[in-house]
Design a protein around this ligand. Structure first.
Ligand code: TMP
Ligand code: ZN
Length: 408
């Protein structure tokens, strides 16, 4: 089966689920393709639901892993310099607050080692990464990396071979997990009694307030807020012990969870209150969500089509996963956007899924000057605007799609 539609909530198993956003049918965002495979492309529903019981916002249409990624995985975290810096400071926090020299740190979904590379000197590290090509990049940096998906069984094996972990992390991957129970059970097995599970995911409050609809794609099954996470960990005799908002990927939440001890930071209640005041625990908050998202789309489409009608050259910058949701929801094609530049060598030479826009090396921008460039990697806005100063001086203007459509 390539896709299933669930009818119960991932966290509380309740069935009081209401659709709050429908983006139509989309191909998986990481399936960059070559011309020969255009006709093989499959689309799946991209609809977001709200659980009336625990308030988890989630997708119920689950696309099989082998359909989400054909062949190699296209995403290398370290392709984005600001992300490398972010994970360095994240690692500093963990060293100061949670680790003692010689401790074991296990990272679930360790990608190319972007977090663990910071721990190599003083700690034992183990990455878990199911994508062979990405895991290989981590090993080249000297990071021991296990292939496969994290399970209770894998956790038990790690304890046998490496001992228990003081920190288990899962960043930009905890929201990708369909079977949360299995992961939390595995984490319980793996953690020392005073250990901490720490996880960063895109934050629902940012998504809703800034209409970051493009962060919705099939890989992102959950759009977390504190309330449902508390409920999840409680079911396993653990508790959310600390939370922080972090300015990465358009606004994320870092959640710390421990085996129950009652030591809960004030930040947990503070963020819960913020969420409640923002209406995130009520269905009514999402009444106009669909309409608001469509308004952003319409503004963008009108703008790009107007520039094209004036004979301007419009391209796109960055081919992140979320860019593909935006391109497909706007129904942009290579007639609208001539090409998209991306620093990931794996993506260069392929076409974006669904919209079939050629991905090219950013080197092209050293000789060509598009009139307008749609910034799909808008989460790196400041970094990219600074980096592309010379291009902007030559006359290229950036269209920023989110959080507000702007031309700079
Ligand atoms: P991310 O937002 O999920 O980290 O993905 C960002 C994508 O944008 C990734 O494919 C790399 C690409 N990118 C560029 O092409 N140029 C840049 O300057 C940056 C920061 C990212
Ligand atoms: Zn629920």
């Amino acid at each position: 089966m390539s896709h299933v539609h669930k009818n119960s909530c991932r966290v509380c198993k309740g069935m009081d689920l209401t659709r709050i956003l429908s983006l139509g049918e989309h191909p998986p965002v990481d399936n960059f393709i070559d011309v020969e495979h255009i006709n093989d492309e499959k689309r799946y529903p991209l609809d977001v639901y709200f659980c009336g019981t625990c308030n988890l916002v989630q997708l119920l249409d689950v696309v099989a892993e082998e359909k989400l990624f054909h062949g190699d995985y296209a995403y290398f975290s370290s392709a984005s310099k600001p992300l490398v810096d972010h994970f360095r400071s994240y690692a500093d926090d963990l060293q100061k607050e949670n680790l003692t020299e010689g401790d074991l740190v296990v990272d679930i979904g360790s990608n190319d080692g972007i977090l663990l590379q910071n721990f190599l000197e003083k700690y034992h590290v183990l990455g878990i990464e199911p994508s062979g090509n990405v895991a290989e990049a981590a090993r080249k940096k000297g990071i021991e990396t296990t292939d496969g998906f994290f399970t209770v069984e894998m956790a038990k094996k790690i304890v046998e071979t490496h001992g228990k972990a003081k920190v288990v992390s899962a960043n930009n991957v905890f929201a990708h997990i369909d079977n949360l129970d299995e992961i939390v059970r595995g984490v319980q097995e793996l953690l020392t009694d005073d250990g901490v599970f720490v996880s960063e995911s895109h934050y629902l409050l940012d998504l809703v307030e800034k209409l970051e609809f493009d962060t919705v794609y099939h890989e992102h099954l959950c759009y977390y807020s504190v309330k449902p996470l508390q409920r999840l960990f409680e079911r396993f005799d653990m508790e959310v012990s600390d939370v922080r908002r972090v300015d990465v990927h358009g606004g994320s939440i870092r959640v710390y969870a421990r085996k129950k001890s009652g030591a809960v930071a004030l930040s947990v209640q503070e963020l819960l209150t913020l969420e409640a005041n923002a209406g995130l625990h009520t269905l009514e908050r999402f009444d106009s969500f669909q309409k608001d998202v469509e308004a952003v789309r319409d503004t963008l489409v009108t703008l790009v089509r107007r520039f094209r009608a004036e004979g301007k050259v419009v391209t796109a910058y960055g081919a992140p996963a979320k860019g593909n949701t935006l391109l497909n929801f706007c129904e942009f094609t290579a007639d609208d956007l001539k090409y998209v530049t991306d620093t990931t060598s794996y993506k260069i030479g392929l076409l974006t899924p669904g919209s079939h826009i050629p991905v090219v090396s950013p080197d092209i921008l050293r000789t060509e000057t598009p009139d307008y460039i749609l910034l799909l990697a808008w989460n790196y806005r400041d970094f990219i605007l600074e980096k592309e100063k010379e291009l902007r001086e030559r006359g290229a203007q950036f269209i920023i799609p989110i959080p507000n459509v702007e031309i700079v």
